[in-house]
Design a protein. Structure first.
Lengths: 257, 197
């Protein structure tokens, strides 16, 4: 323990010596004081940091920067992994911004999908017309922004096929999706044209149940769950940034994985 | 008293920027974790989190990540380029670690020369450097599991990447706790990290 004591004494002595030297310089003293004040201020305002308007603006600016970074990173030829049916998560979790008893009920007979914006072709589609188009299905991992993930099987029309068939301007920047439950989101055109982006009508081989988005869910395995809207009733192709339900509250807009 | 610089200015700049970034990343990360806890028994009280809710925390996490990564990459580059990393951390032998660990636990390690790290210290710094690299790689995997298939495989899939990220965070937090205690025991080391000598 003797050496330990030595070390401590030495330590204390040198600190005092240094401190005395420091005190001799008034500009340094002032600088030190300012640093301490800044630190104190940061600590005091710590809890309110998120409510501060300028901080929030800065964070939103960074989020836009992240949108651009992700758009650059996005490679349309990179496919999300697919899985065998045996790996499907059962039961697949229900998730929405409301409880399951508030799931909207859409009448299949009166349902019409409406297209708006930069679209030259047909603007109104019935369910029958959509299910008459070539169908495909894939088993992919749904990743929620909360961190959990689940594997599911969705089937439907390749979205890029549908957009081309409807005469959508695929040079436009955004595709906005409006839902029967007043949810809405929007995606970038490269993602809309990704080969795995499906306008789905089925889940695990059956008609898409209400809880998973009847009559139609846009399944995008390259994007997080909140970018995979359910109960879609209208699609807009546009160059004006459409935002989204969660995105406008702070979720990153690109939300790609 | 020697006036030779122990920590060059770039090391000090890296250190404090990294410290701030790690604290903000941990606090915002804990808020994100709360949205879907991996381990039911491990929870983070709101008082030590940042962002207020999932969306707010992610805004922080995705903003500060650039600071953490850029700062870390610059540090590694300078550390390798100047040879300082090799000089300060190596050679590092198991025998030296064992000897110094025993000495440290018995309170017999000397701190009279702050420019030379003891073996336990070297190991701790090596571990934390590798751990920050791991926290970044696992984080990138969680952020972009589709765009970086090699990382995804390396991390054992998306779900496993979250666990790796969490464990790497825990190691980082553990280092932080021990580091702060050690600084409190040898306060002069704080001064050297602020003014360099």
């Amino acid at each position: 323990m003797k050496s330990d004591k030595d070390v401590r004494t030495l330590d204390a002595a040198s600190i005092v010596k240094d401190a005395q030297k420091e005190l001799g310089s008034s500009s340094r003293r002032l600088f030190g004081k300012r640093i301490l004040t800044l630190g104190g201020l940061a600590l005091l305002s710590g809890c309110d940091l998120t409510n501060d308007k300028s901080v929030n603006n800065l964070l939103r600016t960074m989020s836009s920067f992240n949108d651009d970074a992700q758009a650059r990173l996005f490679d349309r030829s990179k496919l999300a992994p697919t899985y065998p049916d045996s790996m499907i998560t059962r039961p697949f979790p229900f998730n929405a911004f409301y409880d399951i008893d508030q799931v909207p009920e859409v009448d299949a007979r009166t349902y019409r999908l409406e297209l708006a914006g930069l679209v030259k072709g047909r603007r109104v589609w019935t369910l029958g017309e959509l299910s008459a188009l070539p169908q495909r299905s894939q088993v992919t991992r749904h990743i929620c922004i909360e961190g959990w993930s689940a594997i599911g099987k969705w089937g439907g029309v390749r979205f890029s096929d549908f957009l081309l068939l409807a005469g959508a301007d695929t040079t436009a920047k955004y595709v906005a999706l409006h839902c029967a439950d007043n949810y809405w989101t929007s995606i970038d055109m490269p993602t809309a044209l990704h080969p795995q982006t499906l306008l789905t009508l089925t889940y695990d081989g059956n008609v898409l149940p209400a809880k998973y988005g009847f009559p139609m869910k846009l399944r995008i395995p390259t994007k997080l769950g909140y970018k995979n809207p359910k109960h879609i009733v209208a699609i807009t192709v546009t160059n004006e940034f459409p935002g989204g339900y969660w995105e406008n509250q702070g979720y990153n807009w690109f939300g790609g994985s | 008293m020697s006036h030779a610089t122990i920590h060059p200015v770039w090391v000090r700049a890296f250190h404090w920027i990294n410290a701030a970034a790690v604290i903000l990343m941990c606090m915002s990360g804990w808020q994100v974790y709360e949205a879907s806890p991996i381990f039911a028994v491990i929870r983070f009280p709101a008082a030590i989190t940042l962002g207020g809710w999932l969306g707010g925390a992610l805004l922080w996490h995705f903003a500060i990540m650039w600071v953490l990564v850029a700062n870390f990459v610059a540090y590694l580059a300078l550390g390798v380029f100047t040879g300082r990393l090799r000089r300060t951390i190596f050679p590092l032998t198991l025998r030296a670690i064992a000897t110094d660990l025993v000495a440290a636990l018995r309170g017999k390690l000397s701190h009279s020369d702050l420019s030379a790290y003891n073996a336990v210290q070297k190991l701790a710094y090596l571990v934390v450097i590798v751990d920050i690299a791991l926290v970044i790689v696992s984080g990138v995997t969680i952020w972009k599991p589709v765009q970086f298939p090699v990382l995804r495989t390396l991390m054992g899939g998306f779900d496993n990447a979250r666990i790796v990220h969490f464990v790497a965070m825990s190691v980082l937090a553990g280092f932080f706790a021990i580091h702060v205690v050690m600084v409190a025991l040898v306060p002069r080391s704080l001064l050297t990290m602020i003014r360099g000598r």
